[in-house]
Design a protein around this ligand. Structure first.
Ligand code: GLN
Length: 384
């Protein structure tokens, strides 16, 4: 429909998210889909039953703005058991309508116009637009294949009086890296004595491989005191479509975040919160998740042994990176397009996670898929 209304985009450089673009192309070509980080296998039957029972019991109206008390209690108990930090159940945890909403609410509440936010690329594609929507400046620090290590000296050098926030993600999407104890020590030293908030996207907190430790900010008291920790039930319980996540923060930060959350969403879905609170009482679901996904990672890595792709080790998350730099000069986007149209397998070009399209000829494969899909996708990738 034509509109006579003149308008000015707030995000003039942003197009449709890569996950939608590739998803549609994959569907059109009936490609095996190793692109989106979303399980193609079912969640626990009990979880569905719990949600159904909550609906049947009449829990179909608004939940409390901050989240169902039983769920908040389950969250703070889990966080204390795993990471040692005790968050106040009433004032320091908020259930959100997805981790995305939590990140968005935190940035909106805490970042002012003219502030600077340090963000590392490759970055999940929502981060920089979220910052720009506040009239703030993303200060981008690029990480390079194959290590994607954080250059902490550069971080220290880029801090100014305007630096309001450092946005981190561990385990990392798309690279599969995890923060180490040394990274955390540098972060702690660099932020000491400043008013910098650490916004820590930890949606893959339970997906860390080879016995490594997840360095949640809530494991490190001095960092926890300046951090907003965001995580997701979708990733943990195989229900990415439920859109329920949460964030943790000291009360002074959380008070501000809730002011945004209450007007953006007010509350997350009620029956889902009842169901998740019940499943949280069965810790084996999240305690076993690293082993569950490590097995999937290994199936994919083994099945790709005969492919010409050069794999970059994945230490956590749902993702494995693969380089084709030695195979072709084409851009990662055209390589991905060719894999879909000619070979019937969908992946994500890593340039999509760089604002300026930095192309290192690396693609991202998701192993959050059943074994048959992983094997079938890998078989096709062996024939490229
Ligand atoms: N986080 C998932 C991924 O990186 C899905 C993102 C999305 O589809 N918005 O693949």
């Amino acid at each position: 429909m034509h509109t006579p209304i003149a308008q000015r985009s707030k995000l003039p450089h942003v197009g449709t998210t890569i996950f939608t673009v590739i998803g549609q192309l994959a569907a059109k070509h009936q490609a095996i889909n190793l692109s989106q980080g979303a399980p193609n296998f079912p969640c626990s039957e009990a979880l569905v039953r719990y949600a159904h029972e909550a609906m049947q019991a009449g829990h179909n109206q608004y939940a409390p703005m901050s989240g169902l008390p039983a769920l908040r209690q389950a969250i703070v108990d889990k966080v204390e058991a795993l990471y040692g930090q005790r968050y106040d159940v009433d004032s320091e945890v908020t259930v959100m309508a997805s981790a995305s909403e939590a990140l968005f609410s935190a940035v909106t509440a805490l970042v002012h116009e003219g502030d600077e936010v340090i963000v590392f690329e490759p970055a999940f594609d929502s981060y920089i637009p979220m910052i720009e929507l506040q009239g703030a400046t993303p200060v981008v620090i690029k990480l390079s294949a194959p290590e994607f290590a954080i250059p902490w000296d550069d971080v220290a050098a880029r801090i100014t009086p305007r630096t309001r926030m450092i946005l981190l993600n561990t385990p990392h999407n798309p690279t599969g890296t995890v923060l180490s104890a040394a990274d955390v020590a540098r972060l702690e030293a660099i932020t000491e004595g400043t008013d910098i908030v650490v916004l820590s996207d930890e949606v893959y907190e339970h997906v860390v491989f080879d016995g490594e430790l997840h360095h949640s900010m809530s494991r490190h008291p001095r960092l926890a005191a300046r951090s907003v920790v965001v995580t997701s039930f979708g990733k943990t319980f195989h229900v990415t479509g439920w859109r329920v996540g949460y964030c943790l923060a000291p009360q002074a930060l959380m008070d501000e975040i809730r002011k945004v959350h209450q007007f953006a969403m007010f509350a997350a879905d009620t029956p889902m919160q009842y169901a998740l609170a019940r499943l949280m009482a069965e810790p084996e679901h999240y305690l076993g998740l690293s082993a569950f996904y490590q097995q999937k990672r290994d199936v994919l890595v083994d099945a790709l042994a005969a492919s010409p792709l050069q794999l970059i080790p994945s230490r956590g998350s749902f993702f494995l990176l693969a380089s084709f730099a030695h195979l072709s000069d084409e851009s990662d986007s055209s390589f991905v397009q060719r894999l879909i149209t000619q070979h019937g397998v969908a992946t994500i070009p890593v340039s999509a996670f760089y604002r300026d399209g930095t192309d290192q000829r690396v693609i991202r494969l998701s192993f959050a898929k059943d074994e048959a899909t992983l094997r079938a996708g890998a078989e096709r990738l062996c024939r490229i």
